[in-house]
Design a protein around this ligand. Structure first.
Ligand code: ATP
Ligand code: ATP
Lengths: 217, 217
């Protein structure tokens, strides 16, 4: 990933630009708001204060040459779509665009965005799941029937040994790790006891993992 | 999680409210913009069109009784902070607030928010990491020295058997799962071969996982 242009240095674009730059990528950051650009002028490889709905501006920025161009303009839908069209005309290899709604996202794909992201929508859904199941720290779907989860030890789980929990027989689930403080035991044994605040790293049948969570709610 | 009030039904708040409601939570959604409220009127348990900087309004909404109140107002910093102060005065059990910047987040914590979220900032950082390492699908830090990752099989990994990859000896890493299409093999054996597009689920020393990724770039 050699260089990236980030168009729009709002909350999403500026975080993206900073993170990329900090990880060794050469970043060009563009925004029409001087204040936003000044905040990053010392940080990014290159910055520009410009209105990217101006075709001339897009030409002069040389966006054609970037590996990735990110359209990080959410609320100004016209600017977001028009820029994507221009980038497609320039044969930019990989266009990523931020969408404010499903409809905006659909329009972006139709005009040529290779990837569309929905930061607020996705984080809203994540927080919802976290509020409903605060002990569930991580959830990865491995297949239609298997998942991997991280579960905080609390309530009825506290003080049990893995033998007592009998996870494999009862729930078709394996403990692949037991986190306690800063330590992670990757070879837990039957007599290991789980303490309050520990984290169980479990993999197995999704149905079993759900049953485990509701049994020990 | 019995009921949640979501104040501010922008992109983040509306997604949060919808997801909670779809998972069986009773949601009250409040916004001063009629259009935003109308979009959710048939969906949420209760909605209200109101300006929450009005103390009277906050009283009448009965926010004191909710398990969680989410302040999903990012750009109107005064409204965000003033509402949080009012909620704290009402002894609301759990206040979650969306912040537009680190400074805004700090102010929110100082006035009493229990949890502060940064949706755009966090998703910007996530996209950055994805652009730099597109084969790295998941990354969970298990301890200061251990991680779990999901790595797409591409390039030099393609067509190798697990025996050939010799992950445990070379990288101090275990394959806990091999995903192929919709199927996940949770008991992979040495002769299993990884194909293009498969996903390796690996756990072990973070340093080894990083070396593996750079060796097979
Ligand atoms: N025509 C334009 N040319 C250059 N920059 C623009 C243009 N239109 C908008 N921007 C910039 O893009 C940035 C993000 O735009 P906007 O605020 O519309 O989206 P947003 O999705 O709410 O942003 P975020 O959530 O990332 O803060 C702003 O900093 C804005 O100045
Ligand atoms: N005083 C207020 N009373 C009620 N609702 C408010 C008030 N101020 C702002 N809102 C609503 O909160 C919602 C989110 O606010 P705002 O647009 O400032 O934040 P945002 O962080 O950019 O939102 P998002 O990124 O979630 O779209 C908007 O729908 C707005 O109408």
């Amino acid at each position: 990933c050699k260089d990236v242009a980030v168009i729009g240095l709002g909350r999403f674009g500026s975080s993206l630009a900073r993170t990329l730059q900090s990880m060794g990528v050469a970043v060009l950051g563009v925004d029409l708001c001087e204040e936003h650009v000044n905040g990053l002028a010392g940080v990014l490889t290159e910055t520009a204060i410009a209105d990217i709905t101006d075709v001339q501006v897009v030409q002069e920025l040389g966006l054609r040459n970037f590996d990735h161009v990110v359209v990080a303009i959410g609320q100004n839908i016209a600017a977001s779509l028009m820029l994507t069209v221009m980038l497609k005309d320039l044969d930019v290899k990989h266009i990523i665009a931020k969408a404010s709604s499903d409809l905006h996202g659909k329009a972006l794909r139709l005009v040529g965005a290779d990837q569309v992201v929905f930061p607020e929508r996705d984080m809203g859904a994540r927080l919802a799941k976290h509020l409903i199941a605060p002990n569930l720290l991580e959830f990865i779907e491995l297949s239609p029937v298997h998942s991997l989860i991280e579960l905080t030890v609390a309530g009825a789980l506290v003080g049990k040994t893995l033998r007592q929990l009998d996870l494999r027989n009862k729930y078709s689930v394996n403990v692949i790790g037991l986190r306690s403080g800063q330590y992670c035991n990757l070879s837990p044994i039957a007599d290991d006891m789980v303490k309050e605040g520990d984290i169980l790293v479990l993999v197995g049948e999704t149905e079993g993992l759900e049953r485990l969570q509701s049994d020990y709610g």
